[in-house]
Design a protein around this ligand. Structure first.
Ligand code: WTA
Length: 646
């Protein structure tokens, strides 16, 4: 672990919203009296009818209930669009940078308003009403933001499915949400390559009963088939729609969106976020963590298919009246300087990306970065996985020219917004540490039995109390919500992450302690990959674990037992990789597959993943006790035939 400390510069502590003294004061106030603190900060959004109650939360076993601002009435689109029209109608809301560097555009708040209203009217014309679920399967084009805000405007609940998911994954999400409407594009475009989005929707549609309408945005003009009665070109529908649509008054606790995310077991869960608490929290963290000031150009490189895109491309920045950049492409196209070319082209001040992107760019050396100016950059951010100190130092020195603080922000789909993070004017930085809790956040480190650990320690990370952006339930399954997050440690929210706290009270996230792996910042349940593998006719059993990967953070290592009589060939290995891509999507492709005649099991038949993890990590000297295995000899075979990573 790096022991280096980067103190806050005098300039930063002066210019930022909060310096260290102010952080201490606000933090203390936020945990001493959450009602007073959030009652005050709840006013940062506009209300149709103000709230009189602030926090109403119980983490009690079997009776978890989370409500914030529960009697207030507002609307997210009102806050992200309409309220800016008086002062910022002509200011750019969204800078869209296409995959092709010659394609970009600026969308003002006035234009955003018209587009969102039009989209909302198209949804209404296709029968979408308050409370209905709309699935969005779009590339990174402005219509993605219009569609999200259009749903919010009329009270529909959006469920965005990342464009890298397969038709099967899409179908199960459409089905779980019972969406009658899907919004997609003919094709996506990433790194010059086309993504067959509409064809994927067609394939998904064959597997579900609820789908009635597919709205298709034209992106590439590629040839696709349109099914009469079901498929509608968005542009044609929009041409007939009015650019004026009233906002639906929404209760603070009405759902805003569902977002499916992976856990240890079972199918991905629909994480439910509601209206007001989510928006207060997303906008407040966006302002303080990124030290956003009027006029800044802000760029988060995530995809709107992930929570980072929801909170920190669309909702947080737009609620703050910011200029947010939306990028369709990838960091390496058309050249490895693309990120920094875009920074220079649009004079980006605040840049937020993932460690995996930094690590992949590091491999190409400093020159592709150094040949760009990057003089506009003031602050850098990191999210999605632990950032190793080497990558942190490179980001700081090469990208930021030793000038820009890095905010390493820890949070989750479930948390709605950033929970542990430096504030650039307040927090001395330590490379690799997410540092300290945001206002109102009460982290604790507990041991396996739930005992609260004090001072410098290492254990599991839990939250002792709620914050407004917290998820409220699992869509359609509150029991699963309570079991997943509140049963391991009663009366606490369990994050699933391990963490260390140092003697300065800084938090160092060490990674997942459950069967979730984090591949290039994408969350994946090992059980999902296993069930895809065993669905293949030649596979009898599979066990999947993560292993350290230089660029992806973690890679996917699959142990596969074949049906009797099947030959473990190279061709079959390729076939299985292709199979998982088809079943889940390219992000779930196994990096390594080891054919294993037997898996290490206890006498009761439980696979001992601990052993498989150690072998995948090349730490087979430290396998621990294997005497409880039904057949201890399988371990030798596994070690002997382990897959080489280098
Ligand atoms: C991991 C992404 C270390 C963590 C916003 C968490 C991180 C999971 C960090 C959530 C960070 C996210 N340092 N680990 N700064 N940020 N993680 O739901 O394991 O896609 O539980 O949300 O990513 O992933 P999710």
């Amino acid at each position: 672990m790096s022991e280096k400390v980067y103190p806050v510069s005098a300039e930063w502590s002066k210019r930022a919203w909060v310096d260290d003294a102010k952080y201490q004061e606000m933090y203390a106030a936020s945990v001493r009296d959450p009602d007073a603190f959030w009652g005050e900060h709840g006013k940062r959004i506009d209300w149709i009818q103000p709230f009189t109650k602030v926090k109403n939360v119980s983490y009690a076993p079997g009776a978890v209930s989370i409500k914030w601002f529960e009697d207030g009435v507002t609307n997210v689109a009102l806050n992200c669009v309409d309220r800016h029209l008086a002062r910022r109608a002509d200011q750019t809301a969204i800078i869209w940078e296409g995959d092709d560097p010659n394609e970009s555009k600026h969308i003002s708040y006035k234009e955003l308003h018209a587009e969102v209203c039009r989209f909302a009217n198209v949804l209404k014309a296709h029968g979408v009403k308050k409370g209905d679920r709309v699935t969005i399967y779009l590339p990174m084009i402005p219509e993605a933001a219009y569609a999200m805000l259009a749903c919010a405007r009329i009270g529909a609940i959006h469920s965005i499915v990342f464009g890298g998911f397969s038709p099967d994954s899409l179908a199960s999400r459409i089905e779980d949400a019972a969406s009658a409407v899907v919004i997609t594009a003919d094709e996506g475009l990433r790194g010059g390559r086309k993504v067959p989005l509409k064809a994927n929707v067609d394939a998904a549609a064959d597997k579900v009963d609820c789908l009635k309408t597919v709205l298709v945005v034209k992106r590439t003009g590629g040839s696709i088939s349109m099914q009469p009665g079901r498929d509608v070109w968005y542009e044609e529908a929009a041409a007939k729609a009015s650019a004026d649509c009233p906002v639906e008054p929404m209760n603070a606790e009405d759902p805003l969106f569902l977002l499916y995310t992976s856990g240890s077991t079972g199918k991905p869960k629909g994480v439910v976020h509601t209206t007001a608490g989510y928006l207060v929290y997303a906008s407040m963290t966006h302002q303080y963590v990124f030290d956003y000031h009027e006029g800044d150009v802000y760029w988060c490189t995530a995809d709107v298919g992930w929570v980072t895109g929801h909170s920190y491309i669309v909702y947080g920045p737009l609620a703050n009246g910011a200029t947010t950049l939306m990028f369709e492409g990838i960091p390496t196209y058309p050249s490895i300087s693309r990120f920094w070319d875009v920074v220079d082209k649009h004079k980006v001040n605040i840049f937020y990306t993932a460690p995996t992107a930094i690590r992949s760019l590091m491999g190409a050396g400093e020159e592709p970065v150094k040949k760009t100016s990057r003089a506009s950059l003031r602050l850098l951010g990191s999210v999605g996985e632990p950032i190793n100190p080497e990558a942190w130092e490179w980001y700081y020195r090469v990208v930021g020219d030793n000038r820009c603080p890095i905010v390493d922000t820890w949070w989750q789909t479930e948390t709605g917004g950033i929970l542990i993070t430096p504030l650039p004017g307040a927090t001395a930085l330590k490379p690799g540490s997410a540092t300290r809790p945001f206002f109102g956040v009460k982290p604790e480190v507990v041991d396996a039995e739930g005992k609260i650990l004090e001072g410098a320690c290492e254990g599991n990370l839990v939250m002792a109390d709620s914050w407004p952006g917290q998820m409220r339930t699992v869509y359609g399954d509150h029991q699963r919500f309570m079991e997943t997050y509140f049963s391991t440690y009663p009366n606490k929210y369990f994050t699933g992450d391990g963490c260390r706290r140092d003697s300065d009270g800084y938090y160092w996230i060490t990674g997942r302690v459950d069967d979730v792996i984090n591949v290039s910042g994408h969350r994946m349940g090992t059980a999902e990959v296993e069930s895809a593998l065993v669905a293949h006719p030649k596979v009898s059993e599979a066990a999947v674990v993560g292993y350290p990967h230089d660029i992806k953070g973690q890679g996917i290592y699959a142990y596969v037992t074949l049906m009797t009589g099947e030959e473990p060939t190279e061709a079959l290995r390729k076939e299985l990789v292709a199979w998982v891509r088809k079943e889940i999507g390219p992000i779930a492709s196994p990096d390594l597959i080891q054919f294993a005649p037997g898996l290490p099991k206890t006498r009761s038949g439980k696979i001992m993943r601990r052993i498989l993890r150690k072998i995948a990590e090349d730490e087979f000297g430290a396998l621990g006790d294997t005497s409880t295995l039904a057949d201890p000899t399988v371990v030798n075979d596994l070690i002997e035939h382990r897959q080489n990573k280098r």
